[in-house]
Design a protein around this ligand. Structure first.
Ligand code: SF4
Ligand code: SF4
Length: 323
C-alpha cells in the first residue's frame, strides 16, 4: 500500500459527521490531521484499571530532546497533537515541549492533574488559544486523601483562572455509578462520565457491567452530556460489548493512519492503537501516512472510540436519524 509523506500532506475535505466531532467546537477540525502522541508511560498514580503495567508506570520521568522535537514538529503541516501518557506533566521539560509544539500546532493534553503535577509554569508560558482541551481524568477511587483532592481542585482553578479549556471526566466503575451524584457535588466543575474499558476487580469491562448498571450509566451520561455524540458513542460501546468480548470493525473503511495516527515513546508511528503495522519512525523519517483510508484488517479494535470515529466518518454522512 502506498504511503504519503508529510511534505505532500494535503488538506482533507471529507463528509465529516458529528460522530467525529465528539467534543463540540473544533477539537476534531476536519481540515487538520490528528496525531496521538504517547510520549511516556511513566505515571504517579496507580489506577488498577490502567492499560499500562506497573513497570511502565514506575519508569523514571524523562527529559525530551528539544532539538529533535523542534525538528520533527516544525516539518509537519499545522496539526492537532493529542498528548497522552502516562502522566505527561511528569516529563521534566514538558512546558518547553509544549512551547515548541504550540508555535505551529494545537494541543489536546490528557492528564490526571494530581498533586505531583504543577501546572503553574504551563499556565504562565503557554498560550491558551493554542490549547483545544486539557482532558483531566479524576480517577476518584485512586486519589490519596483530602490533601491530594485539595491540590487537584486547586490545579483545576489555576487552569480556569488562566482561561485554559478543560474537560473533567471520571471512569465509571460500578461503585462510581452508584455514588456519582455525591462525587459531582464534591467538585466545582462538571464531571463527564466515561465508560470503563479494561480489567477491574478481575472482570473485563464494559462486558462485565450488569444490565442495571448499563441502564443507569447511560442515564447518567445522557443527563450530564445533553450532547448527542457522547451519548451515541457510549451507547455504541455498551451495546457492542454486551454480546461479545471485543468490538471489531473488520473490513470497514477506517481513516486511522490517514488523518488520525499514533506515535509512541520511541517515535514509532502506528496506524492505530492496535500497534501491529509500524509505518516508520517520526523522529527519523518524519510522519508517514496512508494516502487514503484503509480497510480494517484487525480481528478486534484496541480503541473502539477511535474505531467508531474513524470508520463512521465514512458510514454515516448524515446522522440526523440516529437516536
Ligand atoms: S492516571 Fe492514567 S496512566 Fe496513570 S495510572 Fe491512572 S489510568 Fe494509568
Ligand atoms: S477500526 Fe480500530 S483496529 Fe481497525 S484500523 Fe480502525 S482504529 Fe485500527
Amino acid at each position: 500500500m502506498k504511503k504519503l509523506h508529510d511534505k505532500t500532506q494535503k488538506q482533507i475535505h471529507y463528509n465529516i459527521s458529528e460522530a467525529c466531532n465528539l467534543r463540540g467546537k473544533d477539537c476534531f477540525n476536519p481540515l487538520k490531521r490528528k496525531i496521538q502522541w504517547n510520549l511516556s508511560k511513566s505515571c504517579n498514580m496507580r489506577c488498577s484499571y490502567c492499560f499500562n503495567t506497573l513497570e511502565e508506570k514506575t519508569s523514571p520521568p524523562i527529559n525530551l530532546d528539544l532539538e529533535i522535537i523542534k525538528k520533527s514538529f516544525m516539518r509537519l503541516d499545522p496539526s492537532i497533537i493529542v498528548i497522552t501518557g502516562g502522566e505527561p506533566f511528569l516529563i521534566k521539560n514538558f512546558v518547553e515541549v509544549c512551547e515548541i509544539i504550540t508555535k505551529k500546532h494545537e494541543l489536546i493534553i490528557l492528564t490526571n492533574l494530581s498533586h505531583d503535577v504543577d501546572p503553574l509554569q504551563f499556565c504562565l508560558r503557554i498560550n491558551p488559544e493554542k490549547i483545544l482541551e486539557i482532558s483531566i481524568s479524576l480517577h476518584f477511587l485512586f486519589r490519596e486523601g483530602t490533601y491530594e483532592f485539595g491540590e487537584f481542585c486547586y490545579n483545576i482553578e489555576l487552569l480556569k483562572k488562566h482561561k485554559f479549556p478543560y474537560r473533567l471526566s471520571q471512569i465509571m466503575t460500578p461503585e462510581i455509578i452508584d455514588g456519582f451524584p455525591i462525587i459531582q457535588n464534591s467538585i466545582n466543575s462538571k464531571i463527564y462520565p466515561k465508560t470503563l474499558e479494561g480489567i477491574y476487580n478481575g472482570k473485563k469491562y464494559p462486558t462485565a457491567y450488569t444490565e442495571d448498571e448499563r441502564i443507569t450509566l447511560l442515564e447518567i451520561i445522557k443527563q450530564v452530556n445533553g450532547e448527542e455524540p457522547d451519548v451515541y458513542m457510549a451507547k455504541k460501546i455498551l451495546e457492542g460489548y454486551s454480546d461479545k468480548n471485543e468490538i471489531t470493525f473488520t473490513g470497514k473503511l477506517c481513516s486511522s493512519g490517514y488523518d488520525d495516527i499514533v506515535i509512541v515513546e520511541d517515535g514509532t508511528i502506528y496506524q492505530c492503537w492496535n500497534q501491529l503495522v509500524p509505518l516508520g519512525n517520526f523522529f527519523e523519517d518524519g510522519l508517514l501516512w496512508w494516502d487514503e483510508p484503509q480497510q480494517c484488517h484487525y480481528d478486534w479494535c484496541a480503541c473502539p472510540q477511535m474505531g467508531f470515529e474513524d470508520t463512521e466518518k465514512y458510514i454515516y454522512g448524515d446522522r440526523s436519524s440516529i437516536g
